[in-house]
Ligand binder design. Structure first.
Ligand SMILES: [Zn+2]
Length: 406
């Protein structure tokens, strides 16, 4: 099971007593206690009292993660990442783990401890991951360790923790879908989201799983949504590189309303399997008001979220909708038209966007007329669970007509 709540923290010291102690620990790690095995792969060395098979499995997952992470940040890992993965603290001799690590492991989370040295302008960082032996904790910490060792920093807390939380869900390259525990997903869906401005303030400290979940959601949205993905990656390089004057606001300030809208919508519809890339908001299509008797045509894909109809509807007017074609809401499902099946799955739905607010969803169908209660841009979609749009196929041609007054 994946968990969001790692409550990890990071300590960076420079030429301190702690640093010396850690160096001794690294050297001492070759002297293994009886119950602690050491497992080595290309990029990792894991010391653990957990079952050898589980430790080897973890090593494979860490390698997969690192491949994705180093491709994302476009920097291959150069230095071995050392991890102590603890199943039971009793198996570890006293002095083997730093006190901070013991505390974190007791609370079933982890910590990455780094030693940073500057030689002129070149930094040298050694990070050691300490993690409780439970799914996702070591992965989360490994992202921190990679960032420290490669960039000398993990960026501000919101970015550092959001990206590390993503790390535990980065299972394969092409999988952009949400995967998370029910608890955090329920929490995110039911809680009024914080403002993105508050969320990305600098100077925050590591805190509870709720904040971690909200940061994860923001990083997940921004890195996978084609509206923001490229810019977000560039922001990441600037944050990790400690470039002066870099902040979320300096990169995304002009898009803050769009991001807030998409963030709120993402959390409202959040589900396992949700695909941010398929549900990215269309800010580009031009919308027009229709003259009496005029028709506008659009194509609506079954596999996407809300899509632009191109029509700005006006309160007080009547519109007719005619949808032709059929679509499928899962592989092998029977094709249905815009009326959907008996349960309403596959039915054509509408919502009206106005000034960054979206109305409640209304059911349309193959042939309906409606009178909007307010002005706004008409968006359409195929009714299906938000978490299972990816396997939908087919599209409808939808004609929206402004009905002449009698
Ligand atoms: Zn962390």
């Amino acid at each position: 099971m994946h968990r969001f709540n790692s409550h990890c923290s990071h300590t960076a010291t420079r030429h301190s007593l702690l640093a010396c102690g850690l160096i001794l620990l690294v050297m001492g790690s070759t002297l293994q206690a009886a119950d602690i095995g050491s497992y080595r792969s290309k990029n990792f060395i894991v010391h653990s009292d957990d079952d050898p098979d589980r430790s080897k499995e973890l090593l494979e997952r860490l390698e997969t993660l690192l491949k994705i992470v180093s491709e994302y940040w476009r920097r291959p890992n150069r230095r071995l990442i050392e991890c102590c993965v603890v199943k039971d603290l009793k198996n570890w001799p006293s002095g083997r783990l730093p006190q901070l690590a013991i505390e974190k492991i007791r609370s079933k989370s982890g910590v990455t401890i780094s030693i940073k040295r500057m030689k002129g302008t070149v930094f040298f960082t050694k990070s050691i991951v300490y993690a409780a032996a439970r799914t996702g904790v070591a992965q989360h910490e490994a992202v921190h360790a990679y960032c420290y060792q490669m960039f000398g920093s993990t960026g501000p807390v919101w970015y550092s923790e959001g990206m590390a939380e993503m790390g535990r869900y980065w299972a394969s390259h092409n999988d952009r879908s949400v995967r998370g525990d029910r608890g955090p997903i329920r929490f995110l869906r039911q809680t009024t989201p914080p403002s993105v401005k508050t969320l990305t303030r600098t100077g925050q400290t590591s805190d509870g799983w709720r904040n971690y979940a909200q940061r994860w959601a923001l990083c997940h949205l921004l890195s996978n949504n084609p509206n923001y993905g490229q810019r977000f990656r560039t922001l990441g390089f600037s944050l990790l590189g400690g470039r002066r004057g870099t902040s979320f606001q300096s990169f995304f300030g002009t898009m803050s309303r769009e991001i807030q809208f998409e963030y709120n919508l993402f959390l409202q519809n959040l589900d396992n399997g949700y695909r941010v890339d398929l549900c990215a908001w269309d800010w580009k299509t031009r919308f027009r008001r229709l003259k009496e008797g005029r028709t506008a045509k659009s194509t609506i894909d079954a596999s996407r979220g809300w899509q632009a109809s191109g029509v700005s509807v006006q309160a007080g007017h009547t519109y007719s909708v005619t949808a032709s074609g059929d679509w499928q809401t899962s592989t092998g499902a029977e094709a249905v038209d815009a009326d959907g099946d008996a349960r309403g799955v596959g039915r054509l739905q509408a919502a009206i966007w106005d000034n960054y607010q979206l109305t409640h969803t209304s059911d349309l169908g193959r042939q309906v007329t409606f009178k909007p209660s307010g002005d706004g841009k008409l968006f359409l979609r195929c009714n299906d669970r938000w978490g299972s749009l990816h396997d939908n196929t087919g599209r409808l041609t939808v004609q929206v007509k402004r009905v002449p007054r009698p």
